[in-house]
Design a protein around this ligand. Structure first.
Ligand SMILES: [Fe+2]
Length: 177
């Protein structure tokens, strides 16, 4: 089976009570905390294909019960598909906050749709680095240039590892292997 061009990968949302929400998702779904950032940012995963399926961000300020989420992210199959989505997004008049970034473990395009929902499209890189990690990238560069630029960005990062190694470790922790 070939890889789909676009598939849903993860969602993010704000929470009132971080510890309570982590415990809930760990208890109910068996998620593991895969990384933590400062400023109340927690990544949870249950599928080693992804660094996380959930991002919880502290400081929720909308009422309980209000329709609420932070962002949704779609994995795409190549940098060319990512460029295509970026070009499509650029042509949209009502879309805002268009950005191209790398998380070290992904190359991403972010934007807000016409109703202000944050959407992300990304391609996996072959690397793991501790999250959060965020640097701008230039999608006008060739694939080789983007690889080289990202490798240089990550070369001084002490948490850098091959993503397959990280996936294997999480699989073991989750009892999948
Ligand atoms: Fe994301």
């Amino acid at each position: 089976m070939t890889q789909p061009r676009v598939s849903l990968s993860h969602a993010g949302f704000h929470v009132f009570d971080m510890d309570k929400m982590i415990d809930f998702y760990v208890r109910v779904f068996g998620f593991k905390v895969t990384d933590r950032g400062e400023d109340h940012l927690v990544f949870l995963g249950a599928d080693p294909k992804d660094h996380h399926q959930l991002i919880m961000i502290g400081g929720r300020n909308t009422e309980k019960g209000a329709v609420h989420y932070g962002h949704m992210a779609f994995r795409v199959d190549s940098l060319d598909t990512l460029r295509e989505i970026y070009a499509n997004a650029k042509a949209e008049k009502e879309l805002t906050d268009l950005r191209t970034m790398t998380h070290g473990n992904a190359w991403s395009v972010y934007f807000q749709d016409p109703e202000g929902n944050t959407a992300e499209a990304f391609v996996d890189t072959p690397w793991y680095v501790q999250q959060p990690f965020l640097e701008p990238i230039d999608l006008d560069q060739s694939d080789e240039e983007i690889w080289k630029y990202t490798e240089e960005l990550l070369s001084k990062n002490e948490t850098l590892r091959p993503i397959e190694e990280w996936r294997k470790e999480l699989s073991e922790e989750l009892g999948l292997s």
